[in-house]
Design a protein around this ligand. Structure first.
Ligand code: CDP
Ligand code: CDP
Length: 212
């Protein structure tokens, strides 16, 4: 079984994906880390993010092991840079096979990102589209950065989040949008526990509909 989770920045996809994966004993892939890692290769080599060929090459040669443990990938600058290189079709193409292979694991897998339900796993049994207002998402990311000891201004984060959403939704390749058969969950007024319970309910309902 595949659970596909998509949604905008800081909507809680990663947190929810991890908890659903633990609950069902599935593997979990935060696909945003792949794009962040591509961006980092360019930044480490002082290559401009506008260099499409270098970005494509970095994606083709990406070492996908241990991305989870790499705290440098999680900073705000890397998220912004990731959204630039993720708009390049050859970069997306190069990362597709790994994501699909990950989704094929038994007994199941949870993948979260922007295009899981639409492009990576269009046949996923369960598709969730997680949302929350930009203000609530900025508050969450603000809290998260402060708790990691990073300097962060709420207003700056809000501007960044709006800009990134706009870029992710308006790009021509694999834009951020809900799949036609996705179930949307607005988590604006839910904490992480509440979002998990609401999502679990949706997953169970979908599973019983499939199993008759
Ligand atoms: O993966 P994505 O960027 O969508 O979000 P995340 O990294 O899972 O969550 C961003 C922050 O919001 C984390 O610190 C979560 O603990 C918090 N949060 C959440 O995930 N879900 C809620 N319903 C409320 C807060
Ligand atoms: O955690 P947050 O939602 O802030 O970002 P992320 O999920 O780590 O994704 C960083 C950027 O990578 C996004 O803004 C997208 O541009 C890109 N991305 C994508 O294009 N497709 C995916 N499946 C996942 C991420």
């Amino acid at each position: 079984m595949i659970i596909a989770i998509d949604g905008p920045a800081a909507s809680g996809k990663g947190t929810l994906g991890k908890r659903l994966a633990e609950h069902f004993g599935f593997a979990h892939l935060d696909t945003g880390l792949l794009y962040r890692a591509v961006a980092r290769v360019l930044m480490d080599r002082d290559i401009p993010l506008t260099d499409r060929d270098a970005a494509a090459q970095a994606a083709q040669n990406l070492d996908v092991s241990h991305l989870e443990d790499d705290s440098r990938l999680r900073g705000a600058a890397m998220g912004e840079a990731a959204s630039v290189v993720s708009a390049y079709q050859p970069v997306r193409d190069a990362l597709l096979a790994f994501q699909r292979q990950f989704g094929g694991q038994e007994p199941g897998a949870v993948l979260d990102g922007r295009d899981i339900g639409t492009v990576v796993c269009p046949d996923a049994e369960v598709k969730l589209f997680i949302t929350a207002t930009p203000e609530e998402r900025a508050r969450r990311r603000h809290r998260e950065l402060l708790s990691r000891g990073e300097q962060a201004e709420y207003e700056t984060i809000l501007v960044d989040i709006r800009r990134r959403d706009e870029r992710d939704m308006s790009r021509s390749t694999a834009p951020l949008k809900a799949a036609a058969d996705a179930m949307t969950l607005d988590t604006t007024h839910l904490d992480a526990d509440g979002a998990f319970r609401a999502a679990l309910d949706l997953v169970e309902r979908r599973r019983s509909a499939i199993n008759g």
